[in-house]
Design a protein around this ligand. Structure first.
Ligand SMILES: Cc1cc2nc3c(=O)[nH]c(=O)nc-3n(C[C@H](O)[C@H](O)[C@H](O)COP(=O)(O)O)c2cc1C
Length: 172
C-alpha cells in the first residue's frame, strides 16, 4: 500500500474477515475494528458465517457473497481452531480466493487450550500457506487462548500486536 491510498484523513480501509461459530473470534474482531477506528482507519468486520444463523450488529456485515479482500488496503483473517486445525469454513474461503497478490495480511486464531500441541500453530500455518500461495504478504500471526484467567489482557495484547503489524502494511 502506498501513502496515497486510504481516506483523506490518512486512515486506511482495513477489512477484518472472520469466521466465528460461538462468538469468541468475532469478539476479538470487534475489538480490533473498534481500536482501528479510534486510530482513524476505516475498519469493518465481515463475517463468513451463514447469514441465517448469525445475528449481526449494525457495524458488521454478513453478506451472502464472500467478501473480496481487494476492496481493502489491508486485511485481517480470523478463525477458531477446530479439531487441531483451522476451522473448515475459513480453509474453504481462503482456498476459493483468486489472488491476494501484494496484499498486506494479518492472520489470527482463537482456541480453547493453552498447550502448543492443540492446533494453533498448525491452523496459523495453514492460513499463512494459503495466503502466501496466492501472493499475499503475511505481516504476522496472532493467537488468543480462551481458557484461563487473564483473557481480557490476552485479547488486548493480541489487538495491540495486530494494530502494530498492520501499520507495516502502510509503509511499503
Ligand atoms: C468442533 C470444535 C473443535 C475444537 N477443537 C479445538 C482444538 O483442537 N484445540 C483448541 O485449542 N480448541 C478447540 N476448540 C475450541 C475453539 O477453538 C475455541 O473455543 C474458539 O475460541 C471458538 O471460537 P468461536 O467462538 O469464534 O467459534 C474447538 C471447538 C469446536 C466447536
Amino acid at each position: 500500500m502506498n501513502e496515497n491510498e486510504g481516506n483523506s484523513n490518512g486512515g486506511h480501509r482495513i477489512g477484518i474477515i472472520v469466521y466465528s461459530q460461538t462468538g469468541n473470534t468475532r469478539l476479538v474482531g470487534q475489538k480490533l475494528r473498534d481500536r482501528l477506528q479510534e486510530d482513524g482507519h476505516r475498519a469493518e468486520m465481515v463475517l463468513l458465517n451463514n447469514p441465517s444463523d448469525e445475528e449481526t450488529e449494525e457495524e458488521e456485515s454478513c453478506p451472502p457473497d464472500p467478501p473480496v479482500p481487494r476492496h481493502y488496503d489491508a486485511v485481517v483473517f480470523g478463525a477458531p481452531v477446530h479439531a487441531f486445525s483451522l476451522a473448515p469454513p475459513m480453509v474453504q474461503y481462503l482456498e476459493d480466493l483468486s489472488s491476494l497478490r501484494n496484499m498486506g495480511l494479518v492472520c489470527f486464531v482463537t482456541k480453547q487450550l493453552p498447550f502448543v500441541w492443540t492446533g494453533g500453530t498448525r491452523a496459523l500455518a495453514t492460513m499463512q500457506d494459503i495466503c502466501e500461495s496466492k501472493g499475499g504478504r503475511v505481516l504476522g500471526t496472532q493467537t488468543v487462548v480462551w481458557a484461563g484467567t487473564g483473557r481480557d489482557e490476552r485479547i488486548d495484547r493480541c489487538v495491540q500486536n495486530m494494530c502494530r503489524l498492520l501499520s507495516r502494511a502502510h509503509r511499503t
